[in-house]
Design a protein around this ligand. Structure first.
Ligand SMILES: Nc1nc2c(ncn2[C@@H]2O[C@H](COP(=O)(O)OP(=O)(O)OP(=O)(O)O)[C@@H](O)[C@H]2O)c(=O)[nH]1
Ligand SMILES: [Zn+2]
Length: 208
């Protein structure tokens, strides 16, 4: 047991039929928790019977992309890709209530207005007085540990997710990249994320 993050426990589980992007319906187990560090209602959605080191997608909530189908970001198609892959191979989707990279829905929409004025997605957060990415993945580590998972294969292109999970004591044996989901409206957003990932990798390599 790792003591770097406070323990959470499983509060309940319920099975529901979930439609896959291809139309097939699979049983998914939805798990709720008690004791999560930020007090929010995050979920684990489990497909199949995952192995000891499961495939895991840590997805941050995006109401506009996940539910409304907004093409300003790539969240909706990334979620669909993840659900399809987890449905095929088995694994866990961690659906984290960290809308707008942790700044909330209204602030994200304010940030969109600033982006319409020329700022990129990270600059707009800074202009509103937030960090470029205010997400903390402590709750993800708590949830994984509560369901008995200490090591994962992580489905992501974001090096910060891996770094934060490892810092919280979850082993990441491999990162599996998600596909690029380009739309008519998300080119600048994807480019800003790519630039930031490169800069972050450089800072990590020089130990800053
Ligand atoms: N503040 C802000 N948040 C945004 C913007 N566009 C999308 N988001 C949020 O960004 C988050 C997307 O997160 P993820 O899909 O987990 O991930 P990611 O950081 O791109 O990393 P991977 O998809 O794992 O490679 C969601 O919470 C969205 O609401 C934006 O322009 N500004
Ligand atoms: Zn989004």
């Amino acid at each position: 047991m790792n003591h770097r993050v406070p323990p959470a426990v499983v509060r309940g589980q319920v099975t529901m039929p979930v439609r896959q992007p291809g139309g097939q319906v699979l049983a998914a187990r939805v798990v709720t928790f008690e004791g999560l560090a930020d007090g929010r209602e995050h979920l684990v959605v489990t497909f199949g019977d995952p192995p000891q080191v499961p495939l895991v997608r840590v997805h941050s909530e995006c109401l506009t992309g996940d539910v409304l189908g907004s093409e300003r970001c790539d969240c909706g198609p990334q979620l669909a890709e993840s659900v399809a892959r987890l449905g095929r191979e088995g694994g866990h989707l961690l659906y984290l209530r960290q809308e707008g990279r942790g700044i909330g829905l209204y602030n994200k929409l304010d940030a969109y207005l600033l982006q319409d004025g020329g700022l990129d997605t990270f600059e707009a957060n800074l202009a509103l007085g937030f960090g470029p990415d205010d997400r903390d993945y402590t709750v993800a580590a708590q949830m994984l540990r509560a369901i008995g998972v200490e090591e994962v294969e992580l489905l992501t292109n974001n090096p910060d997710k891996r770094a934060q999970l490892e810092a919280a004591g979850i082993g990441v044996t491999r990162t599996v990249p998600t596909r690029t989901h380009l739309t008519a409206a998300n080119g600048r957003y994807l480019e800003a994320k790519r630039r930031r990932a490169v800069e972050q990798a450089w800072l990590d390599s020089v130990g800053r």
